[in-house]
Write a new protein. Structure first.
Length: 226
């Protein structure tokens, strides 16, 4: 009896395909010797090559535009592109998703002022066959607006001066810039023009009216609000 055996080898690169193909030949050849007469058919399926010219353009503090060119060879019909990314400081990619069939995608919901690594691949065969990942492209989001300074306190140091003390914001979302202070009489509606307190966490307001109540506010500047 003649037995027909089919070996399908799915590979992601030409170099690995040769090794897989040879191993498949050896395996089936040994089976043929054990079974007697046999017809052997080999099917070699190559995955897509990697997308090329991947680039990243920063859009905002939380989004980055990725663009790329189609692979030199899909080795099949394109199903979709997949993107994966990670923090530049991490060693493993934890987030991946489908980006559709167009050679661009806006990755959103990122953290401000943070560096990320991105890669793209093309999938074929109805999405079952994943191609090679592109070269890594690294990009950093823009600065965002910092959260509010914490634990602001005011202590009178004389009849005409008050010392303000505060803690840095929980999230700077950017580089450290100057703090701004504004104040007003408790009975007034409008605050004074902001005073620059540099990058320190304390500042003394002088020239105040004795035995008078004041309201004080502090904010930390960023590139977005300077």
């Amino acid at each position: 009896m003649i037995v027909t055996a089919t070996v399908t080898v799915i590979v992601s690169s030409l170099q690995s395909s040769l090794g897989c193909f040879i191993r498949g030949v050896v395996f089936v050849a040994i089976s043929a010797l054990m079974r007697g007469n046999i017809n052997i058919r080999f099917s070699l399926v190559l995955a897509s090559t990697a997308p090329i010219n991947t680039s990243a353009t920063v859009i905002s503090a939380t989004s980055i535009l990725l663009t790329w060119n189609h692979p030199i060879s899909f080795n099949g019909i394109l199903h979709d592109y997949k993107i994966r990314y990670k923090l530049a400081s991490d060693s493993r990619y934890d987030i991946s998703f489908s980006a559709g069939g167009r050679p661009f995608y806006v990755v959103s919901s990122l953290s401000p002022f943070t560096a990320y690594d991105f890669q793209v691949l093309a999938s074929t065969n109805g999405g079952a066959l994943l191609g090679n990942w592109s070269l890594t492209v690294r990009s950093s989001t823009k600065e965002g607006v910092p959260t509010v300074p914490l634990n602001l306190s005011a202590n009178a140091t004389s009849a005409t001066s008050i010392k303000l003390v505060w803690n840095a914001p929980m999230l700077l979302n950017g580089a450290l810039h100057d703090y701004k202070i504004r104040y007003k009489l408790l009975s007034d509606k409008n605050f004074s023009s902001p005073i620059t307190a540099a990058k320190q966490l304390t500042y003394s307001i002088v020239g105040l009216t004795p035995f008078t109540d004041y309201d004080f506010q502090v904010r930390q500047l960023s590139f977005q609000v300077i």
